[in-house]
Design a protein around this ligand. Structure first.
Ligand code: AMP
Ligand code: GLY
Length: 420
C-alpha cells in the first residue's frame, strides 16, 4: 500500500524508517519531511493543517493509509476530513484530540472517569485566578488552556512565579491559549511516559519511555521539547503499568466512548509516579518526540502492522513482539536552543555514521543545501542506538554523537542518568 506520513521532525523520520522496512509499504510519502527523510521516502510540500489539500494529494497518489505525526493536524480536524472520504488514518478525530488541545477538557474527563490526577481549579478571570493562587500558595502549577507549543505550563516554586505566569497568560502571550487557565496542585514524584494504541475501548500497550525536558545536564535550565529519551522506563514497572491501564487509560477511553468521541490512535500518558502509584500529568494525542524515536527503534518494521491494526479496529488480534532490549536517543540541538539560535550551519560527517536496525541518526530540523546538510531548526538530530543493556545503548549513541562534526550544535551529556 502507498502510505503518507504527516510531519517533518525526528519523530516522523523514525516512523518513516520503521514503516519503510515493512513489506506492506509500497510507496512512502512524507509531508513536509526533512533532509534525512528524503533518503527513504518521497517528501512533498503540503500544508499539513489543510485537510482538503491533503485529501487531494492522497487521491492523486493512490494513498491508502495516512499516519499523522504532530498534534497540529489532529486538532485541526485533518482525520475527520480524510475519514469522511473513507481514507484509513492513524490518529484521533478533532473531538478526541481535545485531550491534548484543552487542559480543562482533560480535567473534566478525569473528574467524570475518576482518574487519579492533580487537584485543580479552572479560571477565566485573572482576579479570581490570582486570589486562588494567593490562598493556596506555592509550589503550584499554572497551565494556559489550549495548545501553547509546550510553553503554556509554569511549575511555580514561588508565589511570585505563579502570579507572573498568570499575567503572561491573560496578556495573550500564547496565541490560542489566552484567557483560560487551569491551576493545579504540584505533584511530587518521577515522570515517565506510557504509550498505548487505542480504538474505542480496545487498547494495546506499546512501550514506556522517559524524556529529558530541561536543556542542561542534571535536569537544569529551561524547558525544551525534549533533549533525549530512553525506553523502557524502569520506573514504569509492570505493576505501575497495570495500575495506569486500569485506573487511568481504560476509564478515560470509556468516558470518551460514552461522549460519542471514541479515541483512535496512540495515546501518550505523561505519568507522575510516587510510591508505585501513577497519577496523570497530561495526555498527548500523538507519539512523543524524541520518545517515538526510541520506541520505533525497539519496534522496527512491526510498527506498521501495529498502526494498521489500531486504525482498523483489530488491536485484539495483534500483540507486540518485544525484544528484551533498550534504546536511547540523544538530541543534538543548535546552540541557543530553546532560546534564539542560528539556522543554516553545516552539519558534517553524518554519512560516516552507522545505519542499521540498532543505530540511526534520525534527522529533526535539517535541510539539504548545495554544500551538504544544514541545520534548519532548534532540535536538529536524534542520535539513537539500541543494545542489550541501557549503558551499552548510551555508549553507542554518544560514540555516534562524537563523530558528528557540528561546532554550532550541542547535546546533553547525561541522557539516561535516572535509569543508570
Ligand atoms: P504538561 O504540558 O501538562 O505536561 O506540563 C509540562 C511539564 O510540567 C510536565 O511534564 C511536568 O514536568 C510539569 N508538570 C505539569 N503538571 C504538573 C503538576 N501538577 N505537578 C508537577 N509537575 C507538573
Ligand atoms: N517530548 C515531549 C513531547 O513530545 O511532548
Amino acid at each position: 500500500m502507498n502510505i503518507l506520513i504527516l510531519g517533518g521532525g525526528g519523530r516522523e523520520h523514525s516512523l518513516a524508517w520503521a514503516v519503510a522496512q515493512n513489506p506492506k509499504c509500497d510507496q512512502l510519502f512524507v509531508a513536509p519531511g526533512n533532509a534525512g527523510i528524503t533518503k527513504i521516502a518521497q517528501c512533498a510540500t503540503l500544508n499539513i493543517l489543510d485537510g482538503g489539500a491533503i485529501l487531494k494529494f492522497v487521491t492523486a497518489n493512490s494513498i491508502e493509509f495516512v499516519i499523522i505525526g504532530p498534534e497540529g493536524p489532529l486538532v485541526a480536524g485533518v482525520v475527520d476530513v480524510l475519514e469522511a472520504a473513507n481514507i484509513l488514518c492513524f490518529g484521533p478525530s478533532q473531538g478526541a484530540a481535545q485531550l491534548e488541545a484543552s487542559k480543562f477538557f482533560t480535567k473534566s474527563i478525569c473528574d467524570m472517569a475518576n482518574v487519579p490526577t492533580a487537584h485543580y481549579r479552572h479560571f477565566t478571570e485573572i482576579k479570581n485566578a490570582k486570589d486562588y493562587v494567593r490562598l493556596v500558595g506555592a509550589p503550584i502549577v499554572v497551565k494556559a488552556d489550549g495548545l501553547a507549543a509546550g510553553k503554556g505550563v509554569t511549575v511555580a516554586m514561588t508565589l511570585q512565579d505563579a502570579l507572573n505566569a498568570l499575567d503572561d497568560i491573560f496578556s495573550n502571550k500564547f496565541d490560542r491559549a489566552d484567557g483560560e487557565v487551569v491551576i493545579e496542585e504540584f505533584m511530587e514524584g518521577e515522570e515517565a511516559s506510557y504509550f498505548v494504541l487505542c480504538n474505542g475501548n480496545e487498547v494495546l500497550e506499546i512501550g514506556t519511555a522517559q524524556d529529558h525536558k530541561r536543556v542542561g545536564d542534571g535536569d537544569t535550565g529551561e524547558n525544551t521539547g525534549g533533549m533525549g529519551a530512553y525506553s523502557p522506563a524502569p520506573i514504569l514497572t509492570d505493576a505501575v503499568a497495570r495500575k495506569a491501564m486500569s485506573d487511568i487509560i481504560k476509564p478515560t477511553l470509556a468516558e470518551l466512548v460514552r461522549r460519542g468521541t471514541p479515541y483512535r490512535g496512540v495515546l501518550y500518558a505523561g505519568l507522575m509516579i510516587k510510591d508505585e502509584r501513577p497519577r496523570l500529568v497530561e495526555y498527548n494525542v500523538r507519539f512523543g518526540d524524541p520518545e517515538c524515536q526510541v520506541l520505533m527503534m525497539r519496534l522496527g518494521a512491526q510498527a506498521l502492522d501495529l498502526l494498521l491494526a489500531c486504525a482498523e479496529g483489530q488491536l485484539s488480534n495483534i500483540s507486540v513482539n518485544w525484544a528484551k532490549d533498550h534504546a536511547l536517543s540523544v538530541v543534538m540541538a543548535a546552540k541557543g536552543y530553546p532560546g534564539a539560535y542560528v539556522k543554516g550551519s553545516l552539519v558534517k560527517n553524518l554519512y560516516n555514521l552507522p545505519t542499521s536496525s540498532k543505530a540511526m541518526c534520525f534527522h529533526a530540523g535539517t535541510d539539504q543545501s548545495d554544500d551538504g546538510i544544514i541545520a534548519n531548526g532548534g532540535r536538529v538530530l536524534n542520535v539513537t542506538a539500541r543494545a542489550d543493556t541501557l549503558p551499552e545503548a548510551r555508549n553507542q549513541a554518544y560514540a555516534m554523537v562524537a563523530e558528528v562534526d557540528w561546532p554550532e550544535g550541542f547535546s546533553r551529556s547525561d541522557i539516561g542518568w535516572r535509569a543508570l
